[in-house]
Design a binder for this molecule. Sequence first.
Ligand code: HEM
Length: 485
Amino acid sequence: GLWVRNLRLKRRLPGPFAWPVVGNAMQLGQMPHITFARLAKKYGNVYQIRLGCSDIVVLNGDRAIRQALVEHSTAFAGRPNFVSFQMISGGRSMTFTNYSKQWKAHRKIAQSSLRAFSSANSQTKKAFEQHITVEAMELAQLFLRHSTDGRYFDPAHGFTVAAANIMCALCFGKRYGHDDLEFRNLLKKVNKFGETVGAGSLVDVMPWLQSFPNPVRSVYENFKNLNEEFFAFVKDKVAQHRESFSPDVTRDMSDAIINVIEHGKDSGLTKDFVEATVTDLIGAGQDTTSTFMQWILLLLVKYPDMQTKLHELIDKVVGPDRLPTVEDRSSLAYLDAFIYETMRFTSFVPVTIPHSTTSDVTVDGLHIPKDTVVFINQWSVNHDTLKWKDPDIFDPTRFLDENGSLDKDVTNRVMIFSTGKRRCIGNQIAKVQVFLFTAVLLHQCSFESNPSQPLTLDCSYGLTLKPLRFCVSAKLRGKLLGLVS
Ligand code: HEM
């Protein structure tokens, strides 16, 4: 019949030979995004692999990826129904749910509450910036304490707590001390989240691995536990908010979300979506931002000449008697350039959260059926030689025009927040956060690596690429400024 003709007319997707049972799982290697880019050289930018029981389409390169996510935005807006995705945010995650009317309503609510507390008006903007500045100053002090007598320390954990605190300040109006052990231990577990949901993770595509007592099984169990623990933490805070809720004062994002879902007119979501939304937002904002800051610091100590240039610029534009603010941003274009180059060069979210197709769709003349799992290789966009000169060289000046201003045409080519219907909703706040954080840290401190330990840019793979453990020492540059409110 008709379907046989369709099969014949449409070209089968190219791709490597898939072995029985495991498919191409053994070929992924330590850095699947690099393997995906290499396979694209052989099979083209749109090809198919097989992982366990799933056929997966991998998209590579600037042109094919934008064609798919922008021109066919609805067709690529789905998420696969992986078992691990159902363990997230009490089973009601917005981020990890398939395309549907309910997902649209949920995403809208998350987006508008985030906006209300970060950029809606000049007052919320100021309050948000104040949270960030407070955290950055706390962190500068912590780093200086850890550097007493020229000692070297691992900055990773400080960044984890700081990033979580910014999200907790937004969501709960509350921050936690760096020495709060319970909070630290919770975050330590949450840190492992990305190992299970990163593209190429095998737990969801080889479910039969669970029936053996093997490491994959414990990956699943740990994942379930960490999600339950994190969800319970948020649930408790939301319950406290419900008890003291008043429709007249919206104290924070939890209140705002309670308000729309429980007191608004037909939000289309039940009450238990409140804690799921808050869990999604804290989870999404914490790991990404803290990983981002770790890379920034690693690259600052790796390229001390660039750090010196940034110090000189901040001294000239801000001076010693006040802290940097977002208003300084246009005068600190080189800092933004350094931040963009960190996003591009590291591509620390190398592949987006897995997508799935919501209908049959054709990309680059190749047919992809409905409900196909799709991996989107962001790293390959940021290292596409058709778009970038010497993509493997770290050079912030590629983002500056002849007047030394940020070149928007070039910054728009970077892909780290994805694009299309599933693009990140935290894009703006993440950029403000990392800008202010870096500016304040550099205003207060200079950083250097331990000369007796060689610095590498090696990392571990997951939803985010995390630098391997590295140590730095911080020095106070001028006087430690008190907070100006
Ligand atoms: C989704 C990157 C920070 C909230 C995503 C995705 C990426 C991403 C790659 C997946 C897009 C896709 O599947 O196509 C980043 C990076 C960040 C960051 C690099 C920091 C530098 C944040 C922050 C928030 C946030 C601060 C919120 C507070 C979300 C949400 C989604 C998402 C809710 C799910 C969207 C959906 O599935 O519809 N982000 N993100 N992100 N991000 Fe971010």
